[in-house]
Design a protein around this ligand. Structure first.
Ligand SMILES: Nc1ncnc2c1ncn2[C@@H]1O[C@H](COP(=O)(O)OP(=O)(O)OP(=O)(O)O)[C@@H](O)[C@H]1O
Ligand SMILES: [Mg+2]
Length: 252
């Protein structure tokens, strides 16, 4: 379990994460939704130690994330940032191999190669592994970053808008893959999504943020309602029932 206790962050005088306390489970798929600027990425960045906290703590299965050695954190938790980029010109395979760094100390073992191959295959990149990252389409590149995070092979997977640039088929495939990792490998997946219908259909739990706070936290049945979504986003959503799922719409 990851326990967030009173996490707080300000930029200048602007409070962007306002004393958030939460327990993220050690299994299952948890989606974080909310409008632009709600503080979702800032929260995830603090949980994964990409960003320091102004106040509060993050406990990762007994490890104080902001005090523990970074390798210890990286063996348990992987994060896909919203704005991934690598400066050097590297191939897809080389990028995914970087995900093994916390395990390999720079020397890839047979287990590392197997994990890299599996991650490439899962992200439909097996045929593109020798390509330079700069030679890919936006969606292919996004899948390469997801593969890098999967290759890290951690109990906790934090993904900030992993569906960015993906077509509907690859987006659905990725959500199905995350569901499978959770169901069959016991991975805890925590992801930020703007497409609330993917959150609705594939999550066990949905956390909604607005103005740096958690304003809803519950099952899709509890959070994907016209009342809750209208409150979270300040817009009049409609919620339809389709094949047993709740599908939200706001187009006009
Ligand atoms: N480095 C920074 N300096 C100043 N303000 C920042 C910085 N990073 C984020 N902010 C501000 O903090 C607030 C929360 O940003 P954050 O990136 O966490 O939002 P978000 O919920 O992830 O939004 P989005 O859906 O657009 O990704 C925003 O108002 C943003 O402008
Ligand atoms: Mg964000």
């Amino acid at each position: 379990m990851i326990t967030l206790d009173s996490l707080t962050k300000s930029y200048d005088d602007h409070l962007v994460v306002d004393g958030v306390s939460l327990e993220l489970p050690s299994a299952g798929v948890t989606s974080i939704i909310g409008p632009n600027g709600a503080g979702k990425s800032t929260l995830l960045s603090m949980v994964s130690r990409l960003l320091g906290v102004d106040a509060g703590t993050v406990d990762l299965d007994g490890l104080d994330v902001h005090r523990a050695p970074s390798r210890e954190v990286a063996r348990r938790l992987a994060i896909l940032r919203q704005d991934s980029h690598t400066p050097a010109r590297i191939t897809v395979r080389e990028l995914v191999e970087l995900g093994r760094h916390p395990h390999s100390k720079g020397r890839l073992t047979p287990a590392c190669h197997a994990a890299v191959d599996a991650a490439l295959a899962r992200c439909d990149l097996a045929d593109l592994d020798r390509r330079g990252l700069h030679e890919l389409s936006g969606g292919q590149r996004q899948r390469a970053y997801v593969a890098m995070v999967l290759a890290q092979d951690t109990r906790y997977l934090l993904l900030d808008e992993p569906l960015n640039s993906l077509d509907l088929v690859h987006a659905t495939a990725l959500m199905q893959l995350l569901r499978t990792l959770s169901d069959e490998h016991g991975t805890s997946v925590v992801l930020v999504l703007h497409d609330i219908n993917y959150a609705s259909v594939h999550s066990d739990r949905i956390i909604a943020m607005r103005d740096g706070r958690v304003v809803r936290d519950g099952t899709p049945e509890e959070v994907i309602t016209e009342e809750a979504l209208s409150d979270v986003y300040g817009a009049p959503f409609r919620v339809h029932h389709l094949d047993g799922d709740r599908i939200a719409a706001y187009y006009r």
